[in-house]
Design a protein around this ligand. Structure first.
Ligand code: ADE
Length: 226
């Protein structure tokens, strides 16, 4: 899989991909993440990528030209399954959306800034809009990193058996059960006896019950009981 991220602040995206699981996924060549600096695609002498809004109003708007030139350049090199604009009013990211995107081959994530992008970008250049929640970030970069992380960890070979994405919250429509590690007793607070029993069937039954209990309490919507 390949993920191209278009941004006017490329440094913001350095660290999320330089550590741990996302770094290893790239080293193992399970994914290529390429960050593109929009400023490289301007024809402007000051390399600006934004301008005042027509009709007035506070805040700068990202111009269509550098975005179009960057996307055209990428599309001349390969076909893209989706060109996604990160936006607070896009479709809310969920596990099923992450699952769906993880099956694609090439994705572009476009990060917005300031008051957003010229509306013609949304009308003509992108195929989909994704939000990571109903709040406004300073830019789409952190949101793009969240989408990339949620997708990359699902790629075969990225996680090992112990950390398998199959046991994640939401993957079977339930949130994950509680987990414990040593010591078995800390300040008198005990780990549930069943987890120390070595009895596989009882342990899985317990985990399933706890998942259900927790889902009912925290995400009843997942059970259709909104
Ligand atoms: N850009 C700014 N806020 C955002 C959000 N909540 N989700 C995605 N992109 C954004």
């Amino acid at each position: 899989m390949r993920i191209d991220i278009i941004t006017c602040l490329p440094r913001l995206l350095e660290s999320p991909f330089s550590d741990s699981i996302l770094k290893r996924a790239q080293q193992k060549e399970l994914v290529t993440v390429a960050i593109h600096d929009l400023r490289e695609y301007t024809t402007h002498k000051h390399r600006t990528t934004d301008d005042y809004a027509f009709g007035g109003g506070a805040g700068m708007v990202m111009m269509i030209e550098p975005i179009d030139r960057c996307i055209e350049h990428l599309k001349s090199e390969r076909n893209y399954d989706e060109i996604i604009y990160m936006s607070p009013d896009g479709d809310l990211l969920t596990q099923p959306i992450a699952n769906e995107l993880s099956l694609k081959k090439n994705l572009i994530l476009l990060c917005g800034h300031y008051k957003g992008v010229d509306e013609r970008v949304r009308e003509h250049l992108i195929t989909r809009e994704i939000s990571i929640g109903n709040y406004v970030l300073s830019g789409g970069e952190l949101a793009a990193a969240v989408v990339a992380d949620a997708v990359i960890r699902l790629l075969p070979g990225v996680l090992n058996d112990e950390t398998s994405a199959l046991t994640d919250s939401f993957q079977d429509g339930l949130v994950a059960p509680p987990v414990y590690t040593r010591p078995a007793t800390y300040k008198g607070w005990k780990v549930p006896e069943v987890l120390l029993s070595g009895h596989e069937a009882r342990i899985s039954q317990w985990k399933h019950e706890k998942s259900l209990e927790r889902t009912k309490k925290r995400r009843p919507g997942l059970l259709g009981e909104v």
